[in-house]
Design a protein around this ligand. Structure first.
Ligand SMILES: Cc1ncc(COP(=O)(O)O)c(C=O)c1O
Length: 487
């Protein structure tokens, strides 16, 4: 057992800041002395003293032997891994590296159609061939959950040569599928289970939260420590356990997708966030769960609103067997509103900002940084929204999400690098898409390179946009045109 009170990386950074010297190395602002006063007005100067690079005593992210090695060992123990890597380019680079470390050009990987765009980037960079499995889809709520064990089993029977399975656990909505069964099936084929656990790094720290991916049998998992714990934006971790992952290949893959000048502010924030959770995690998560439960109970009593809850036993659904109660998804369709319209009012008039909105819902992340005052503001915001005249809440007809069978003649990589042309949207259907087209958040692509563009997908994207959703990933985010592979 290591001493989880220690913070070796943070301590080394502090020591470096405290040792006076004439700096002739990057970054150019030299401890904040060269910083723009505009930035200093916002951030103060202290933060720049710690914005250091790989100096003697601060170790090297790509060949760690000193304080980064020690900090990663502590993190591995705290999160239940055999080995942990600190990431400075978010879970985005972790998911890319997970695919690069397990699949080469032409290798098959099984993954859900509702993966985050970082997995599509991983396919493009690696040249792996996606075998998409449709996740379980709740048509009433218009929410995609996890892939089911049965769907995975059938994909593996059809593609026993797949090199890996990647799944998302939990989804952006906090929904968890049956990861234990998914791991068991995956391992019967002697291949690794990779998990995008971007939204679940807190699971290891409280028994009332869903089972962490590693405990459920994942071989590799990627967690955005910055999304729900106390690290700075972009700071994430990749963990592995067992024997199915080649550790050297993960290290090599991470060198391809990360900066050679990692920010020590981010790295130290990972060390501090791990220490905080290892020492006080259970208490912090108990408090967070209390805040979340308080909000759930009160908002669910407001007429016209309902909260995403785990289905009752009789409605058992293998794509939804557990829910992260700290993720609050409020359905506003009973008010005659879209999630987008309610989000606009909450954000612009009532001082409450959600993580993201969709046609029927708003999703809120409740984390260790929230307070009872935040919850009061959230509940009051919804009480106000519920009293608004219906005419103020723009009612729009709701469509169901496009559940598609991925059809392709080209791999994502081939289509991404193919000669492409730009077409007005109305001429793009039935052509092969050459770019990622993705409402953001949640960052789940509706179209991806290599995929045949359907009318339904285009209509869905236009509808999202008309209701105030933001489309990203593509060159023309106004969606007047799309890039397609030239014939
Ligand atoms: C499911 C999922 N995976 C991966 C990512 C990428 O994470 P990061 O923002 O840490 O790069 C996100 C980001 O929203 C996500 O929602």
């Amino acid at each position: 057992m290591l001493n989880q009170n220690q913070t070796p990386l943070l301590d080394a950074l502090k020591a470096c800041v405290a040792s006076p010297h004439a700096p002739f190395y990057t970054p150019g602002h030299k401890g904040g002395k060269g910083i723009s006063h505009l930035l200093a007005d916002l951030l103060g100067k202290a933060v720049f003293c710690a914005d250091l690079t790989e100096l003697a005593g601060l170790d090297n992210l790509f060949a760690p032997q000193g304080v980064i090695y020690e900090a990663q060992e502590l993190a591995a123990e705290a999160f239940g891994a055999l080995k942990t890597w600190f990431l400075v380019n978010g879970s985005t680079c972790g998911v890319e590296a997970a695919i690069l470390a397990t699949c080469g050009e032409g290798d098959k990987i099984i993954l859900p159609r509702n993966v985050h765009s970082s997995a599509i980037a991983g396919l493009i960079v690696s040249g792996a061939i996606p075998i998409f499995v449709n996740p379980e889809y709740d048509a009433v709520l218009d929410i995609a959950h996890s892939i089911t064990p049965t769907a995975l089993e059938s994909a593996l029977q059809q593609h026993p040569d797949a090199k890996a399975v990647l799944t998302v656990y939990p989804t952006y909505y906090g929904v968890c599928g049956d990861l234990q069964a998914i791991a068991k099936i995956t391992h019967q084929y002697n291949i690794p289970l990779l998990v995008d656990e971007a939204h679940g790094p807190h699971f290891a720290f409280h028994p009332q939260l869903p089972t962490p991916a590693l405990a459920a049998g994942a071989d590799l998992t990627v967690q955005s420590i910055h999304k729900v714990l106390g690290a700075m934006t972009q700071a994430s971790m990749l963990h592995v356990q067992g024997h199915r992952i080649n550790i050297d290949r993960v290290s090599k893959a991470l060198q391809l997708v990360q900066s050679t000048s990692p920010s020590y502010l981010l790295l130290a924030s990972l060390d501090a966030a791990r220490q905080q959770m290892a020492v006080d995690g259970k208490y912090l998560m108990s408090r967070t769960l209390e805040l979340a439960d308080n909000a759930r109970t009160r908002i669910s009593q407001i007429p016209g609103l309902s909260i995403l809850e785990i289905p009752p036993k009789e409605g058992f659904s293998p794509g939804f067997i557990a829910l992260d109660r700290t993720r609050l998804t409020v359905n506003v369709s009973g008010l005659g509103s879209t999630g987008f319209a309610a989000d606009d009012i909450l954000d612009e008039q009532l001082g409450v900002t959600a993580e993201f909105s969709s046609l029927q819902h708003l999703t809120f992340i409740i984390s260790l940084g929230n307070t009872q005052a935040d919850i009061e503001q959230l509940v009051q915001g919804f009480e106000t929204i519920a009293l608004l005249k219906k005419s103020l809440l723009r009612k729009q007809s709701l469509s169901t999400q496009v559940q598609k069978n991925y059809e392709s003649q080209l791999s994502p990589r081939e289509a991404f690098f193919a000669v492409s042309e730009t077409l007005p949207l109305e001429y793009a259907s039935d052509r092969i898409c050459a770019e990622i087209v993705c409402p953001y958040p949640p960052g789940i692509p509706i179209l991806m390179p290599g995929e045949v563009i359907t009318k339904a997908a285009l209509e869905y994207l236009q509808q999202i946009q008309a209701m105030g959703g933001f489309i990203s990933g593509c060159a023309d985010t106004s969606l007047k045109t799309l890039k397609v592979v030239s014939c």
